[in-house]
Ligand binder design. Sequence first.
Ligand SMILES: Nc1nc2c(ncn2[C@@H]2O[C@H](COP(=O)(O)OP(=O)(O)OP(=O)(O)O)[C@@H](O)[C@H]2O)c(=O)[nH]1
Ligand SMILES: [Mg+2]
Length: 761
Amino acid sequence: MVFLHNSIPLTRSLIKNTTKILLQPSVSTTIPNTQYSKRLFHATSRKLNNKPEEDDAATLADITKSLSPSDLNSLRKIRNIGISAHIDSGKTTFTERVLYYTGRIKDIHEVRGTDQVGAKMDSMDLEREKGITIQSAATFCSWQKDDKEYHFNLIDTPGHIDFTIEVERALRVLDGAVLVVCAVSGVQSQTVTVDRQMKRYNVPRIIFINKMDRMGANPFRAIEQLNSKLKIPAAAIQVPIGAESELKGVVDIINREAIYNKGVKGNTIEKGPVPDELKELVEEKRQVLIETLADVDEEIAELFLEEKVPSVEQIKNAIRRTTIARTFTPVLMGTALGNTGVQPVLDAVVDYLPDPANILNTALDVDNNEAKVNLVPSIDKPFVGLAFKLEEGNYGQLTYIRVYQGRVRKGDYITNVKTGKKIKVSRLVRMHSEEMEDVNEVGSGEICATFGIDCSSGDTFTDGKVRYSMSSMYVPDSVISLSVTPDTKSLTNFSKALNRFQKEDPTFRVYFDPESKETIISGMGELHLEIYIERMKREYNVVCKTGQPQVSYRESVNGGAEFDYVHKKQSGGAGQYGRIIGNFSSYEDASGNRNENIFETAVVGGRIPEKFLAACKKGFIESCEKGPLIGHKVLGVKMLINDGATHAVDSNELSFMTATKHAFRKSFLESDPIILEPIMNLVVTSPTEFQGNVIGLLNKLAAVIQDNESGHDEFVVKSECTLSTLFGFATSLRSCTQGKGEFTMEFSHYAPNSKTMFKKN
Ligand SMILES: Nc1nc2c(ncn2[C@@H]2O[C@H](COP(=O)(O)OP(=O)(O)OP(=O)(O)O)[C@@H](O)[C@H]2O)c(=O)[nH]1
Ligand SMILES: [Mg+2]
């Protein structure tokens, strides 16, 4: 049985003549079928660890032992971290402080600031105008702690769900993350999504509760929500000094010392005794911290049972152990905008987030039957790196690479494992938002970028001595599409722009519809496509007419049918013959969702040889790409071939592929075909006074309301709604909340569209 799935561990064994393939729908149609399964196969390799954690820990300990002191010395100083969170929680504002305090930038500029400069990491004009992050930006900075210098590779990611691929690929290559949470709004819909993404890539995190200066800020309420909604236990390691506009600093409850930001824009840290009025709270929260740790850490549990108080050192070591093991999350707090509490987060990154040697990374050895290999972050080993992000720059294609093993030097030749192409690294840089710094060499555990390398994102590079392939990232399927027609003058630039965007962003897809003769672009949401249309205009001077947004439907069946199909062609030249027998039916997973397509064969006695069955599988995959009803992808069907026949001369792969395609089409139409449409999770947040209007609007859209929460002076309503009724929702919400309502929309699942049932032909 071969399971190909993005998140479940991969098991591989062949049982008699039976093969079963789960085909995940969420992969771009532009990927040729041969790479289709491979990509999915890859998509599991970082998650291959279905071994118990202890085994991994033992392997990691062995790897660490094999590293030279100089390897260890440089790895211990590296932290690769991402900043991720719900929209507008202050990631970019926080990152701006990090850059300022680490001396990377000379002054602080605000997102939507009045000085018209804008934050460093939001370098694109559109980002600065809209005040949102669209593309993740990487930077490199250094932080001094206890007289040692640490090197941070930092990626600021967008919060909006439409740009979620940016978060996926950042988390894929980072070792740890800072999850930013708003002190007033607490855990929001995107916080939960980001949490899920962090779990997908096993990324340890620390949490920063931002916006402590806002009215109604309550970090402990936020921590309660973190504990109830995110599943990894969290506890504060700080308490605030003062609140809201009176916030003066934070108390480090482990060391029992107050930390104040002084100097220009809070650049100097002053430490002092815990203020008297906070002593009781500090002891109470310190006890909560120790109890939470005792639940997840053996050493603290033992001390706790013996009624001994752990030392500062023991507490800190336990936090580091459990954070890296992803069984605990330390929580810090402050206000990025108010320049308070940011430096302690950098200290916590050093203290509690892993360095590259703390993470076990694996690859598949293409030369050895794709056996799993552990990567060793030593510069003496053969180079292995993953290209995780592409960007078209002024000097050609910029490729971001995370080095997992060995090192890469300017002038080296590296090999793309997928294509086998050997490429010279003529320029190697470290990124600082849109600026770059040339370097001669980049070692294990670091992130760099290089020019002039032709590849796709997710490709693995090696020095050519080994052929290892690393897992790629999860690429969500698009849910919305739009027809675009450029004016005749801009045709060349139009195709240039589309090529570039497609290459950079795997969630942005383009195809030509031969029936309507229109170019269709598809993506993650209205904003996603709107941004690309705007970028075409600004960066390529292309003005285009756009059609109404269209929903990406799926085609499926409710029933089932048996088939016995013979494909025969014997007039002139070489003939074709293929007969397949089996059945076709709908398929739902254990939780009742239509999430994948399944192809199974159970042919006995070699009546159809393996190579023809492989051709049948190909025919099935191709048929799933374009359904017989309206040409959209097929989802939630299962095809089983259990018998058939061949012809001694005329049978070949093509005959069986064609037979499968015909049998598929015929059976599909006989099995009660239906159209599935995307259902979205819609979360609206708005000031309480507009609650009636918002609920009225949701009722009008026939949204199913699932939860309604009232906060300090705003309320949050969660609902499920069909995507087709949500077009233009931003405008309707704006008008019924005087522009004060906000929403997030995220794909949930596909469900049958009741209006369009197709009957048997
Ligand atoms: N009151 C207050 N406002 C803040 C704080 N931090 C950020 N903001 C404001 O929140 C808004 C959003 O900040 P950003 O830094 O752009 O948030 P983001 O998380 O990067 O947003 P996206 O990247 O678009 O998801 C801006 O107007 C900031 O000025 C804070 O500590 N307190
Ligand atoms: Mg941002």
